[in-house]
Design a binder for this molecule. Structure first.
Ligand code: CYC
Length: 197
């Protein structure tokens, strides 16, 4: 197996509790202190490796504003990341830091967000993900229709993430950071919970 399809390493790097505290302290008006916590799902719910994700303001960890399941599928020369919403979110809320409940998830609780696949490639020292081309990942925010323009890069030390919403007609920025990417450090790792090959 080449590194470009090494799902196991990618998922072990992503399985962590990430914080951008340093960036938030340096740039208070531009960056809130965000936590991104991704916890391995027990095997068998969907094929391959998956992570349950909670994204929250640091002061409201128990009320995450975005929960998803990320599923990773090796392809010929890259990794495909599929993005799922949760049908019964309340059933697992808080599980990023208290994973017992994740065992109760089934395939039926997961709804694929079409158009929101991310193509992840090995750069030689990190993995870099980008949304599939086609402006097809639609995000409705504050009554406006946008498409996702996304990019992230991860290695053993950090996660850098750039998520923006753009106007489908003009490509104008509608939401997302105007001050560059979010820069996250690991505050805890769950790599040992990733099911082995
Ligand atoms: C939206 N982020 C999205 C969407 C995808 C991703 C597919 C659009 C569909 C959806 O709502 O799920 C995917 N972004 C990713 C992935 C990573 C990433 C897999 C690697 C961890 O960075 N999202 C993050 C960042 C964070 C962020 C770390 C910066 C604080 O994972 C923000 N993403 C963010 C926001 C939205 C979004 C605010 C819009 C969601 C909404 O308003 O409904």
């Amino acid at each position: 197996m080449t590194h470009s399809t090494d799902v196991h390493t990618l998922v072990r790097w992503m399985a962590a509790d990430f914080s951008n505290q340093a960036q938030a302290f340096e740039n208070p008006p531009l960056f809130a202190h965000i936590r991104v916590c991704m916890r391995p799902l027990p095997p068998g719910i969907i094929s391959g490796l998956s992570l349950y994700l909670e994204q929250a303001y640091d002061f409201m960890l128990q009320q995450p504003y975005r929960t998803r399941v990320l599923n990773f599928q090796p392809q010929q020369d890259h990794i495909l990341l599929l993005n799922y919403t949760l049908e019964n979110e309340a059933q697992v809320l808080g599980s990023a830091r208290n994973p017992g409940q994740l065992a109760s998830l089934t395939h039926n609780d997961l709804v694929l967000m079409r158009g929101c696949n991310i193509i992840v490639k090995w750069t030689g020292h990190s993995f870099r993900g980008q949304i599939e081309p086609g402006k097809a990942c639609i995000v409705n925010r504050n009554g406006k229709t946008t498409y996702l323009d996304n990019e992230f890069e991860i290695d053993a030390n950090r996660l850098v993430s750039y998520d923006r919403g753009r106007d489908p007609d003009t490509d104008e920025l509608v939401w997302g950071s105007i001050a560059g990417p979010f820069e996250f450090e690991r505050w805890a790792t769950f790599e040992d919970e990733v099911p082995s090959r």
